[in-house]
Write a protein that binds this ligand. Structure first.
Ligand code: NAP
Length: 488
């Protein structure tokens, strides 16, 4: 292994993406004493998914005191599950307080990263270039909209857009609004628009299990108490963490878990609150709760039972000038059609072209689906680390927690270089293959593989998310096993 002088010129870092994970990485790098850090962000402000998703009703279904950085608690959250605009303001505020906006090049999309002579050559869409020692890819998961194309959609006389590209110029008051999809986005949109719209039509391909939640507001006295007694705020966070992580994330990997059976029963009981037996049956899924990402809602069933709400379970045949025609020949007249159809979750850093050691293209390495050792490192891509990358834990818990743990791990790897023990560090082929084989085997026993279609599955139907306990993830993230890494 090559020994380098720790007093070499300071290491230079590029963080790609100024969303939740990118802001975190930049803050933590600087806290660790790395001064030469640049964040590249293609948009004109930070915030990632919270900047892009502005649909009516958007909120995070992870309690706000848990969905916060551990180092930046926020006593002023308005609700147990605060709305998206508040979350966006929180990230912008944290980025500003830590000076991250000042080291971010907004409006600059990195299109190519090439590993060359031990460093990464970056090229942006505007033609500018940079050379860095490390790339932190914080490009998000739920980022590239999945947009289905329906025959005849070009003829549609109304407005048509994806839920993550909400067109706020389109008036909803008194209009006939159609929503395609029954994921978390659609289930938040329907209650938020049902009062405004003349008619709301939900096009459901697959019914969805829904867990009821309450979303009380924090009053001023509670917020003052959080400000004055940070321990009270920490206690709320700890309680939520225990409920979401220990009571949920740890059991998803065991399809036979009694906890999952209890969640199923809760969802079934909530479905019973739908008064009309015919509507109730059409809303009843034919798979187990938590097979898909569990949807939490305080008011979806109430909204879908309104006289101006309609549930359509026939498949969509085509879009016409007047609206959507389903396969039974019925035309559903619409003024607005929202595609709440999810995201292309296999993209990760792509379409950025990443070329590693020996000219190997990431696209090629990921030909059979994206993977990364412990969700962080890919062989032949030294000094290139992913946050919330492939095989990362996903589910109804805080991805901020996940990213914080991952970045602590990445910092330990960076320390190998800063200390002069090597110049480049990346997982070995052998360790990556071992991890991938183990995670594939474990994936088959998870609840996600119990018989439903979801974005948790790869093209062959195998769950891609972290298939072990959350406790194991926490343990793995405590410190890298350096023998699994090639250091050069
Ligand atoms: P999603 O969960 O992937 O749901 C997409 C929906 O669109 C599904 O119901 C799907 O039907 C339907 N669909 C897709 N293509 C279709 C087509 N061609 N015809 C008819 N229906 C079609 O997407 P999402 O609701 O945007 O949520 C994605 C993820 O974002 C969530 O799982 C969650 O992780 C995150 N999210 C979180 C929150 C939050 O509160 N924290 C809120 C929103 C989103 P099938 O089920 O039949 O495939």
């Amino acid at each position: 292994m090559q020994q380098t002088d720790p007093r070499d010129p300071p290491l230079r870092f590029a963080v790609i993406g100024a969303g939740m994970a990118g802001i975190l990485a930049a803050i933590k790098l600087r806290e660790a004493g790395h001064e030469d850090v640049v964040v590249y962000e293609k948009a004109d402000r930070p915030g990632g998914t919270w900047r892009e998703n502005t649909y009516p009703g958007i909120a995070c279904d992870v309690p706000s005191h848990l969905y916060s950085y551990s180092f930046a608690p926020n006593p002023d959250w308005s609700h147990r599950f605060s709305p998206g605009a508040e979350i966006q303001a929180y990230f912008e505020g944290v980025a500003e307080r830590h000076g991250i906006d000042r080291i971010t090049r907004f409006g600059t999309e990195i299109v190519r990263c090439r590993f060359d002579e031990g460093r990464w050559q970056l090229e942006a869409q505007d033609g500018s270039t940079d050379t860095v020692d490390f790339v932190i890819a914080a490009t998000g998961v739920l980022h590239h909209p999945a947009v289905p194309h329906f025959e005849g959609e070009a003829d549609f006389g109304g407005a048509l857009f994806h839920s993550a590209r909400w067109d706020h110029d389109v008036e909803l008051e008194g209009r006939r609004v159609g929503v395609v999809g029954t994921g978390s986005s659609a289930i938040q949109i329907i209650p938020a628009v049902v009062d405004q719209a003349a008619e709301v039509t939900l096009f459901q391909r697959t019914a969805q299990w829904i867990t009821p939640v309450e979303n009380p507001a924090y009053d001023e006295a509670e917020r003052r108490a959080f400000r004055e007694t940070p321990e009270a705020m920490q206690a709320v966070r700890d309680t939520a963490s225990r409920a979401f992580v220990d009571g949920f994330a740890n059991v998803l990997i065991d399809a036979e878990s009694p906890v999952l059976a209890a969640i199923h029963q809760t969802c079934e009981a909530y479905l019973e609150t739908v008064a009309d037996p015919e509507l109730r049956e059409r809303l009843r899924p034919d798979y187990r709760a938590t097979c898909k990402r569990l949807v939490l809602s305080p008011n979806f069933y109430e909204a879908i039972q309104r006289p101006n709400a309609h549930l359509v379970t026939e498949d969509i045949a085509r879009v016409e000038r007047e609206g959507v025609r389903t396969k039974d020949g019925v035309l559903h007249p619409l003024d607005v059609l929202v595609l709440a159809t999810g995201f292309r979750v296999d993209r990760f850093v792509r379409p950025m072209q990443v070329t590693g050691r020996g000219g190997v293209a990431l696209d090629r390495v990921w030909e059979d689906g994206p993977f990364a050792y412990l969700a962080i490192s890919v062989p032949d891509f030294p000094n290139f680390f992913l946050l919330n990358g492939p095989n990362s834990p996903v589910g109804n818990f805080s991805l901020i927690d996940v990213a914080e743990m991952q970045f602590g791990y990445v910092l330990s790897l960076i320390e190998e270089v800063r200390a002069g023990r090597c110049r480049n560090v990346g997982v070995s082929h052998e360790a990556a293959a071992r991890f991938d084989a183990e995670r594939r085997e474990a994936a088959a026993n998870t609840i996600w593989a119990s018989g439903c279609r979801s974005w948790y599955l790869d093209a062959k139907g195998l769950p891609t998310a972290w298939p072990f306990t959350f406790d194991r993830f926490r343990d793995e993230m405590r410190a890298p096993r350096l023998e699994d890494f090639e250091r050069a």
